[in-house]
Ligand binder design. Sequence first.
Ligand code: PMP
Ligand code: GLU
Length: 398
Amino acid sequence: MSDFVADLVKRVKPSATIAVSMKAAELKRAGKNVIGLGAGEPDFDTPDHIKEAAIVAIQNGQTKYTAVDGTPELKQAIAAKLLRENHVAYQANEIIVSCGAKHSISNLLNAVINPGDEVIIPTPYWVSYPDMSLLAGGESVIVETTSDNDFKITPDQLEDAITAKTRLVMLNSPSNPTGKAYTADELKALGEVIAKRSHVLVATDDIYEHIYWGQEPLANLVALVPALKDRAIIINGVSKAYAMTGWRIGFAAGPEAIITAMRKIQSQSTSNPCSISQAAATAALDGPQDCLVTMQKAFKERHDYLVTALNELPGMTCGAGNGAFYAFPNVLAVIEQLDGVSDDVELATWLLDEAGVAVVPGTPFGAPGFVRLSFATSIDVLQAAVARIDAALKPHFG
Ligand code: PMP
Ligand code: GLU
């Protein structure tokens, strides 16, 4: 008998990052002693002034529908943020607020992809890009990068990947899962390749922009290559920077026609994002920004600790990142050493069973032979996780 599930949906994989986080939470609820390094969400609490703005919004009766694409106040705060921090000017009709950056990306893909259009996605990619593209009717064109080049796509690789059917290039810097960020020169060179091809759009997923400790200031693609302004869509949100994952507020800024199309989709699907969360996000963007510095400092300390510790574990090699909150070690030598473990997916299961540590395998990021560990958790928890992995691996390394 038919299960009535659409064929397209059968081809879509569930989100691996969410699956690992859910599994760790389930095991914890069942009384298992599991350390979850799967979830990509800050452990910090949302800053008090942001929570306060939400409470005031409830008290003031801001509990009704808002404009589909966000309140004028939040859109104004986003425009001011883009000008202040990214040096790019957008009007209210070029901005849309959605239920998280994930929703903004999904709206974008649905707004611009015709069946069979190609979406260029460099590896390692955030697990959701290819499946969101598939849901929108697109064909992912996966471009392999290597650790030798810090997992960054080169202008030549990008040039070679572009065809007459290319519709969109997905860029994400700092990257989930590698933690690497493009330098201004690198980003500009990629932007110039796209600028020459007038049928190609580019989405720049800047969700980790405030979790960054590189040498030079993080550059914005549109500020670097202004010629791209009518073909670039900036994706961002408050989830990561302001520890607001549960509030579900993300946004996109781009050409008016595309934003209008996204608004039409949103008007026929979710309508506006939560009114109270929008008031909170306005306070996050307009309010004091010192919380960003405090959190960034903590993430950098955790990064430095974890990357050093992973490199001291048998069989693991981990490059340093300059942003986001993930370590992405190569684990091929570990896989080689363990009987009954033949790839990173099996290794992730082994680590959960034998060490009680939940990590995400590299395969769903398009990077077999790696695993992703989130360091959006305290140093104490990270130390405990490393000790457990060490104890589980040691007997297998003689
Ligand atoms: N892009 C990347 C690269 C991410 O890691 C995430 C995290 N979920 C998102 C977008 C979406 O963020 P959110 O929907 O929570 O705003
Ligand atoms: N972006 C986070 C992660 O990669 C949150 C989970 C998700 O939405 O994928 O873990």
